[in-house]
Design a protein. Structure first.
Length: 262
């Protein structure tokens, strides 16, 4: 927690200093405090942001959410970057923590017209009562929670369908066509109902065209259950890869060797 959170609960600066001196609190960076419970992890930091500090939604998404949900064999086996999504930036002190991972913030409202995370209230855990909140009503927007640590604290993250769209948004500068293709290959269990809602809400023509490009390559059973006529794929060509080949169906340029990676 930060100094403002403690101050709002009547713990003034002199009392905070006493707690630190007595060893009841640690101060990893200026104006940030934690209980002395072993090595600080990025999961602890994000769960604290989600449950204590923020009044706006914030969730783990993109590549990080896919890694946490069984797609790590197609991605990195070690989390080096934690992708965070929400309508507002997290506190600036997040980048000052001495962690091996870096945090990368993405504005979720630029990807989804009506961001499905609105209404989440940033909480999946009722701190006052010590009980979890039901996330089922938000799963249509592609969110879920993952129990973490010995106390099973809930980490809010994108379900694989939403995380995949978030990852596609990073192509081609920060993610690769090969990894996106490999993840789609293993996406036989994607939910068509969830995909339909997310694709309708998605505001990125690039992401939607890329999604169907990869989906057509692997032809999972759920593809037949999607209503493509309800999804706006835009008009005109989109150049994603300079010097690449133009896909004749979705009018986007892709790497020349894309067919070689399936």
């Amino acid at each position: 927690m930060d100094a403002a959170w403690l101050e709002a609960r009547g713990i003034a600066s002199n009392l905070r200093a006493y707690y630190v001196k007595a060893g009841w609190l640690e101060q990893p960076v200026r104006s940030v405090y934690r209980r002395p419970r072993g090595t600080l992890s990025w999961q602890q930091v994000v769960i604290s942001l989600q449950t204590l500090l923020l009044r706006v939604p914030l969730h783990v998404g993109g590549r990080t959410a896919l890694e946490l949900q069984g797609f790590a064999h197609y991605l990195s086996h070690e989390t080096k970057t934690v992708h965070l999504y929400g309508p507002d930036k997290p506190p600036a002190w997040l980048e000052k923590l001495n962690l091996p991972q870096r945090f990368l913030y993405h504005n979720s409202t630029t990807l989804f017209r009506n961001d499905p995370t609105k209404g989440l209230g940033s909480l999946v855990w009722n701190v006052a009562d010590g009980i979890g909140r039901d996330l089922s009503r938000f799963q249509g927007g592609g969110l879920t929670s993952l129990a973490w640590g010995q106390w099973d604290w809930p980490l809010t993250l994108s379900q694989p369908e939403r995380a995949y769209l978030e990852m596609l948004d990073e192509l081609p500068r920060h993610e690769s066509f090969h990894q996106a293709d490999m993840i789609m290959q293993s996406a036989a269990n994607f939910s068509p109902r969830r995909l339909q809602k997310l694709l309708v809400e998605c505001d990125s023509v690039k992401v939607k065209r890329l999604f169907f490009l990869f989906a057509d390559r692997h032809r999972h059973a759920w593809l037949k259950r999607l209503d493509k006529t309800a999804i706006d794929l835009g008009k005109g060509k989109r150049m994603l890869v300079p010097g690449g080949r133009l896909d004749p169906v979705y009018l986007i340029t892709v790497p020349e060797d894309l067919n070689a990676v399936s």
